[in-house]
Design a protein around this ligand. Structure first.
Ligand code: FES
Length: 427
């Protein structure tokens, strides 16, 4: 965690959190154009400009992609910031004088007319790139991008020819703040006569959100009940409603399940916040230790645990493995099922195989554990290393190819349990 000052108020935040995320939590209104919480920050419109100072030096940065750092002072509405935002809006207004969204924004920041003028007021595109990032990052189609340079820069399909990658999902049209992108229904309808002749597949299917669905509405989504239901329920385009949920789904890495929403420790435990408590378990790699374990001992409820104190002891054929607590706190519950049947941890490490509930002494310490991209990188390295050992130990590994799917590798041979314990727990 780092401490920074925003508009004179000291705040604590996770290091490198974009300033905009922090200011939004503090309900400080900062206008944005090219920012969307489900997309990577682009920093192109610069409307979210704020002033930061450190060691007496001041500079303007974009809040949507500037990382929180210890000791910086941030001013979100200083004179200089407000002036910069007004000039930016004036420039945008000169480029697209007819875009209603920009006109409203201009009113908000106190701009009546623009002193600038463009030689050829273009279409309504302000080059915020939201459509490009939506198509690339969420839909995964990569059908559009930036082309040309300087004043001729624009959004188009590669080589400005009809893109075969476009699935006509309408996400670019939906996200465009200035309504510069319009779906051309004639082209969309042509999808009915695709080469394969499978015809009329729904946009949910084309986006990979459902396995199979036929469009019975001639691609007129506004007549579609499913579409209406989705919009009523989530108030957004389906790709924005469903993709973030999909991104939280678990997936396999070198044959081991990774849960993106969990916090991981290098001691091979995972943590999941559950209200005031934190659920702690063993990750799938360490769960291998429990497959042939005779006992799994957990501390009694009420035990105060310090970080790195023994949280669980697993024994197998007279050998013992110690699992250390990733956080300090009081044990508020233990999973009796895994005490009676340790192999349950191996069978279902992230759900029924949890170990304890911990009431943490310092809840914020969970943010020091591995999460997000760092956790993914760590998990990937660890699983690859483990997989290499498992392949070496296997009596009959498949000669070539992807070993990660080979479930027989999970059978730890006699005599290797201790070695496995050393690899994972690094004693
Ligand atoms: Fe930050 Fe556009 S919203 S640069």
């Amino acid at each position: 965690m780092v401490t920074l000052t925003i508009n004179g108020k000291k705040v604590k935040a996770k290091e490198n959190t974009p300033l905009l995320e922090i200011t939004r939590k503090m309900s400080i209104p900062i206008p944005t154009l090219c920012y969307h919480p489900d997309l990577s920050p682009h920093g192109s419109c610069r409307l979210c400009t704020v002033e930061i100072s450190r060691n007496g030096k001041t500079r303007m940065v974009t809040a949507c992609n500037y990382p929180a750092q210890d000791g910086i002072k941030v001013e979100t509405h200083s004179k200089r910031v407000l002036h910069t935002r007004r000039v930016l809006v004036e420039l945008l207004l000169a480029r697209c004088p007819n875009a209603p969204f920009l006109r409203n924004l201009a009113k908000e920041v106190g701009v009546k007319t623009s002193p600038f003028s463009a030689k050829t007021p273009e279409n309504d595109c302000i080059l915020c790139g939201l459509c490009v990032r939506t198509c690339n990052e969420l839909v995964g189609a990569n059908a559009i991008g930036f082309s040309m340079r300087g004043t001729r820069k624009k959004i188009s399909t590669p080589f400005e020819i009809v893109s075969e990658r476009c699935v006509a999902c309408g996400a670019c049209e939906y996200i465009c703040p200035t309504e510069a992108i319009k779906m051309e229904m004639d082209r969309v309808r042509k999808m009915r006569t695709s080469e394969t002749g499978t015809l009329r597949t729904c946009r949910y299917m084309r986006m990979g959100l459902v396995d199979f669905m036929i469009c019975s509405n001639g691609f007129e989504c506004w007549r579609c009940e499913v579409d209406q239901m989705m919009e009523d329920r989530f108030g957004t385009h389906p790709i924005f409603a469903l993709k973030p949920a999909k991104q939280k789904e678990s997936f396999l890495m070198n044959g081991f399940t990774f849960h993106p929403e969990l916090y991981y420790s290098e001691g091979h435990t995972w943590c999941k916040p559950m209200g005031e408590s934190i659920k702690v378990g063993l990750d799938e790699m360490a769960s291998l230790l429990t497959l042939k374990a005779e006992t799994l001992n957990l501390p009694p409820v009420g035990t105060p645990l310090k970080k790195n104190e023994v949280l669980a002891e697993i024994s197998s054929s007279g050998k013992k493995a110690k699992i250390f607590s990733p956080l300090s706190g009081i044990v508020s519950a233990i999973n009796h099922e895994v005490v009676e049947n340790p192999a349950l941890v191996w069978r279902d490490p992230y759900r029924r195989g949890w170990l304890i509930l911990l009431k943490p002494d310092h809840p914020e310490e969970i943010s020091k554990l591995l999460s997000g991209a760092k956790a993914k990188e760590w998990y990937s390295k660890q699983t690859l290393n483990l997989l290499n050992h498992l392949v070496k130990w296997a009596s009959n590994p498949s000669p070539k190819g992807d070993h990660s799917e080979n479930s027989s590798l999970r059978e730890i041979p006699r005599g290797k349990w201790e070695k496995l314990e050393r690899i994972l727990l690094k004693h």
